[in-house]
Design a binder for this molecule. Structure first.
Ligand code: HEC
Length: 143
């Protein structure tokens, strides 16, 4: 449902210039209870999101620093890795951002243990969204 709302907002926001876009936005916002709408795939890969990790998580989770059992030198290493803090969840569960503990930690969800990540800082909304989209779309691998 969130994606549908986001898609509607985007369509509305971008719909000013062209008549066709406005018409589409009107349709979407109006009657149709569609499930499969939303923003088009962003086609993000691990190489798009790795720089976010490199810039924000390095001192504690890279280069031999494995704080809390988590090394992020390659973010793909967090896929299917069980969280130590919440063993019922994986750090990243592809296609299920709401069940990915790493994402919950950077968002500062109510049910996390410890601090919001990165400790001592915060990701921007755009950075969080990129991680979320990459996970939601199945953790596309550039290789
Ligand atoms: C300054 C050090 C520091 C930085 C930078 C940092 N972390 Fe952490 N991280 C920690 C510490 C300490 C813990 C354990 C205590 C806690 O969770 O509050 C932790 C725990 C975690 C956990 C939980 C691990 C588990 O076992 O469930 C995740 C996920 C995590 N960090 C992700 C990140 C991500 C993603 C970034 C970058 C966006 C990041 N951290 C940046 C210090 C850091």
């Amino acid at each position: 449902m969130r994606w549908l709302i986001l898609g509607t907002l985007l369509a509305t926001a971008c719909g000013g210039d062209k008549d066709t876009d406005s018409a589409t936005a009107g349709t979407t916002a109006g009657t149709t209870p569609v499930i499969d709408t939303g923003p088009p795939p962003r086609d993000l890969t691990n190489l798009d999101v790795q720089p976010i990790v490199d810039a924000n998580c390095g001192p504690c989770h890279m280069g031999g620093n494995v704080t809390s059992g988590l090394a992020l030198d390659d973010i793909r290493g967090a896929i299917g890795l069980q969280s130590g803090q919440l063993p019922g969840l994986f750090m990243i569960r592809c296609e299920f951002p709401e069940q990915s503990y790493l994402l919950k930690k950077v968002k500062g969800d109510d049910d996390i243990f410890g601090q919001k990540m990165p400790s001592g800082g915060a990701l921007t909304d755009d950075e969080i969204e990129m991680l979320e989209v990459w996970i939601a779309e199945g953790c596309t691998d550039a290789d």
